[in-house]
Ligand binder design. Structure first.
Ligand SMILES: Nc1nc2c(ncn2[C@@H]2O[C@H](COP(=O)(O)OP(=O)(O)OP(=O)(O)O)[C@@H](O)[C@H]2O)c(=O)[nH]1
Length: 306
């Protein structure tokens, strides 16, 4: 491929799908997961050794019983990406042939670890970008442009397992918009949707690189904070609360006299919890944060509880 950008625009109903291949994005090799809960997920390979396996701290983590804890490894040797099996129970297969020894991968090779398929791409191409787009559609909430419930719950499950395994702390912030029904009632559902999306945008400015913000449903949201103790999570939650409280929401709405706009102030209530020793499953952590959120609501709203 030359150095020029290639842009393809596909129309899919109301959504314009813009796939752009820029010169800077050409040589990033990657793996795309083709089966299971992670279907469509792309792992960019940075040239360092990448281990694939069922242990939560693997470079490529595949939570499937047919995959060994440390199953296979990919590493760049000069310009060539090599794959080798790490003594897995069910073998590593490339294009339907079980690997007898380390092997060089070619663009488009189909890798199978146990029952899980992955595809190797040497560089970004339209296939890769289309996968990204489909993956995004499956994992991002269209109304707020943050992660959807399914992705959030899966991410939390993975982080919970990892925290249990490593002993590292894990906290969550569970928040809910205050008196949100009255926004819909006073200004209409469209204005309500705007407040949901804009408030998520405000929260995004507070969350850190490794935190994950997702919409659990309706006007309920969760931030997962890996490697974070309760006191730090509570501090971040307080910053989220203050950021939303300080934000001006300019809402346009229809009245009998025509279109009007209003500057609306929205508050949120937040509950914070940290993974505790007796917790066995990730929903227990969410329940603890939800209980704290309930106390924040009972305590007067626009506040953080833990
Ligand atoms: N516009 C809009 N409204 C939504 C959406 N999802 C849920 N809602 C509304 O969110 C409101 C939630 O109201 P309630 O559960 O009574 O809570 P609240 O008014 O926020 O009051 P508190 O939580 O007690 O402070 C309901 O009116 C729902 O219709 C959405 O996607 N868009």
């Amino acid at each position: 491929m030359g150095t020029e950008d290639t842009t393809v625009i596909m129309k899919t109903g109301d959504h314009s799908l813009v796939l752009s291949l820029g010169p800077s994005a050409q040589r990033r090799s990657c793996l795309i997961v083709y089966s299971g809960a992670e279907t469509g997920k792309r792992y960019v390979l940075d040239g360092r050794a990448t281990t694939i396996g069922r242990l939560a701290d693997m470079g490529v983590f595949i939570d499937h019983p047919s995959v060994s804890r440390r199953h296979a490894e990919l590493e760049l040797a000069g310009d060539v990406m090599m794959i080798r099996d790490l003594g897995s129970a069910n073998g590593t297969w490339v294009n339907d042939i079980r690997l007898p020894a380390p092997q060089a991968l070619k663009d488009g090779d189909l890798i199978r670890l146990g029952k899980v398929f992955l595809k190797y791409y040497e560089q970004e191409n339209l296939d890769v970008l289309l996968h990204d787009r489909i993956y995004r559609m499956a994992t991002v909430d269209a109304g707020t442009e943050i992660f959807n419930r399914q992705y959030l719950v899966e991410f939390l499950k993975g982080e919970f397992k990892l925290a249990k395994l490593t002993g590292r702390p894990l906290s969550v912030v569970y928040y809910d918009l205050d008196f949100f029904k009255s926004v819909n009632d006073n200004y209409g559902h469209g204005a309500g949707d705007q407040v949901l999306k804009e408030s998520a945008g405000v929260i995004k400015t507070v969350v850190r690189k490794d935190d994950l913000l997702g919409r659990l449903g309706g006007e309920e949201f969760v931030v997962v904070l890996p490697n974070t103790v309760l006191a730090v999570a509570a501090e971040l939650a307080e910053r989220m609360r203050a950021a939303v409280e300080a934000h001006d929401f300019v809402l346009a709405f229809q009245t009998q006299l025509g279109r009007r706009s209003v500057t609306h102030r929205q508050t949120i209530s937040l509950g914070v919890a940290q993974l505790g020793e007796p917790m066995q499953e990730s929903p227990e952590l969410l329940e603890a944060a939800d209980a704290a959120l309930y106390r924040a609501k009972r305590g007067g709203r626009n506040r953080v509880d833990h």
